[in-house]
Ligand binder design. Structure first.
Ligand SMILES: Cc1cc2nc3c(=O)[nH]c(=O)nc-3n(C[C@H](O)[C@H](O)[C@H](O)COP(=O)(O)OP(=O)(O)OC[C@H]3O[C@@H](n4cnc5c(N)ncnc54)[C@H](O)[C@@H]3O)c2cc1C
Length: 347
């Protein structure tokens, strides 16, 4: 087994590539990623030549999984790993804030943002990464795989494939695949059965530093339009002294209803919510803003294991949070490690 194709460069794919490259140093790993960066929904942007760094997808990686903790603190260079140590408080339907159960031991990011996880994992391998390369067709010919991108360029042949896109996008790829096997349709159907929650995110910058005891606020009764609000300045290196950057994430229902609405109106609505909940009128008028819609933000369940195993028998390995059954970055990483091991050992 010498040639491995990887669709997507999210955390799951990065962890799988790390394992494959380590166990099969002679293998050639080719990664095709549709966006301009790596780490998928664990996404970071920089602004003003890096004066501002903000995680606008996943907020942090938890220390809930021992293997992932070891990966982040021992296997990878932990230089620049930062912990948002202030607690997460809660708010209810009326926007009333109270101290909450802060369940997470560590809330890790990096000075340069969460994308460091995939960047560091890939950097430790010999994998070739093609960015801005969207896979359109998966093709099976004999015992090998090929991938065709939207420009018609073909990559391969590959002995094994790793597939990392969220379940609905994996299902689309499988439906369109040139692969005549029952495993294709059963995995496509199983992936289609995974429902997702959407999140519309506003990033709000202010030329003053908020004085609050919490890092984040979560809406526990899920009855407020805002689901989550957090302060990037609690992560070292993300926000200049004396300034604040809020990440405001709308809940699923609001995000679906307003997904294609005017972004400026959406941002203004979420800023107004932030002002009311935090109790500071100045927050309604940010100095700068950014935004992102995440249609497939969080899988609500895991995929059935049977079709995943059947595809693996043909050399196609799906990895990611929807395979793990937990909409969390550490779960995607763990699943990628395990998916890589399955590929290496042919199980
Ligand atoms: C707004 C938001 C907030 C979140 N907050 C947290 C949090 O605080 N803590 C936490 O633990 N988790 C959080 N999560 C969840 C976490 O981000 C995910 O569980 C994790 O990043 C999933 O990683 P993955 O590798 O499974 O998939 P992804 O990150 O989705 O990676 C899949 C990759 O495949 C690429 N791709 C898709 N289709 C194609 C194609 N056809 N060709 C080529 N490439 C393709 C995508 O561009 C992407 O890079 C949050 C997610 C969102 C969206």
């Amino acid at each position: 087994m010498t040639d491995i194709g990887v669709i997507g460069a999210g955390a799951g794919a990065a962890a799988a590539t790390h394992v494959i490259d380590g166990a099969l140093p002679e293998a050639d790993v080719t990664v095709l990623e549709k966006s301009g960066g790596v780490c998928g929904r664990a996404a970071t942007r920089r602004r003003a030549d890096g004066r501002y760094v903000y995680d606008y997808g996943a907020n942090y990686v938890k220390s809930d999984d021992e293997r992932v903790v070891e990966l982040l603190t021992e296997t990878l260079d932990d230089e620049g790993l930062v912990d948002a140590t202030a607690p997460v408080y809660v708010f209810d339907e009326t926007g009333t804030v109270s101290e909450g159960r802060d369940a997470d031991d560590h809330k890790w990011s990096y000075r340069q943002g969460l994308t460091q996880i995939a960047k560091r994992l890939f950097a430790g391998t010999d994998a070739t990464i093609h960015r801005r390369t969207r896979v359109e067709t998966i093709r099976r010919t004999g015992d090998t795989w090929a991938l065709v991108d939207t420009d018609g360029t073909e990559y391969g042949p590959f002995d094994r494939l790793v597939c990392n896109p969220p379940a609905p996008q994996t299902a689309d790829l499988l439906r369109a695949a040139d692969w005549d096997a029952e495993a294709r349709t059963t995995l496509a159907a199983a992936a289609e059965a995974v429902d997702y929650r959407s999140i519309w995110t506003a990033v709000l910058g202010y030329p003053f530093r908020l004085d609050r005891p919490y890092y984040g606020l979560v809406n526990v009764d899920k009855a407020h339009d805002l689901g989550w609000l957090s302060r990037e300045e609690c992560k070292s290196g993300h926000v200049p002294d004396g300034e604040s950057v809020l990440v405001a994430q709308a809940n699923h229902e609001w995000s679906v209803a307003n997904y294609d609405a005017d972004p400026a109106t959406n941002v203004a609505t979420l800023a107004a919510h932030a002002a009311e909940i935090v109790g500071d009128d100045r927050l309604a008028d940010p100095a700068w803003t950014d935004h992102q819609g995440w249609r497939y933000a969080l899988p609500e369940s895991g995929v059935d294991a049977g079709p995943v195993d059947s595809a693996a028998e043909h050399g196609l390995y799906v990895v990611g949070d929807w395979v793990a059954g937990e909409a969390r970055l550490h779960a995607a990483l763990r699943n990628g490690l395990e998916g890589g091991e399955r590929l290496v050992h042919g199980v």
